[in-house]
Design a protein around this ligand. Structure first.
Ligand SMILES: [Fe+2]
Ligand SMILES: [Fe+2]
Length: 205
């Protein structure tokens, strides 16, 4: 990933992931990998739910359709690596992250759509940051796999943010205000103690 896109992602996120999460994550790879597989499925489902909820936004619908296919390909890649490295499926509950973010989305349109797109941008940006942090620290084949995902997560981040700016009646200024509000919630979710270790969790207690 280029230095400029790394800086853009880091600037958008605000608060960086702390050491405590990184240390716990590399110790909990068998849970993290299953959670990652679940996240890819959910990313595809989120893209499809936007397609279903806003069918007349053709530009977004086409982009989300491509995004859903790409996320499902990622799902197939994670599960193939799980088979190759004998990581078994186990029940891994969803983290509080995505639901915590969606809880602050506006309930009226078009604000809700803009907020959901901004939340999508945060999820992709945080994934990009964390894959980048883990890539040099975890064993093969996961290190290389995470490195290969950086470019797509950074592209997904850009797509979500571009769509938000296109649809927001107040353009970039409005998106900036909405992102600032959501950033506070996002930074609190990843920067506070969490009961469970997940890909998008806070640090474990
Ligand atoms: Fe993905
Ligand atoms: Fe993604």
């Amino acid at each position: 990933l280029s230095t400029s896109s790394r800086e853009t992602v880091a600037g958008f996120l605000g608060r960086p992931t702390g050491e405590k999460w990184i240390e716990a994550a590399i110790r909990s790879m068998t849970i993290l990998v299953v959670d990652h597989a679940n996240c890819e499925k959910k990313a595809a489902a989120t893209a499809m739910s936007l397609m279903n909820r806003y069918p007349t936004r053709d530009n977004m619908v086409q982009r989300m359709s491509r995004l859903a296919r790409e996320e499902l390909r990622h799902f197939e890649q994670v599960t193939r690596l799980m088979r190759e490295t004998n990581i078994p499926w186990q029940p891994v509950s969803a983290s509080r992250y995505a639901s915590g973010l969606r809880a602050v989305a506006s309930s009226s349109e078009p604000g809700r759509l803009i907020d959901l797109l901004v939340i999508g941008a945060f999820i992709e940006a945080r994934s990009c940051e964390r894959f980048g942090l883990l890539a040099p620290l975890v064993a093969a084949p996961f290190g290389g796999f995470y490195r290969s995902l950086l470019a797509s997560e950074s592209r997904h981040f850009t797509h979500y943010l571009d769509l938000a700016c296109q649809f927001a009646p107040g353009g970039e200024v409005e998106v900036g205000k909405r992102a600032a509000r959501i950033r506070q919630v996002e930074n609190a979710l990843i920067g506070s103690p969490d009961r469970q270790l997940r890909f998008h969790s806070g640090f474990p207690v």
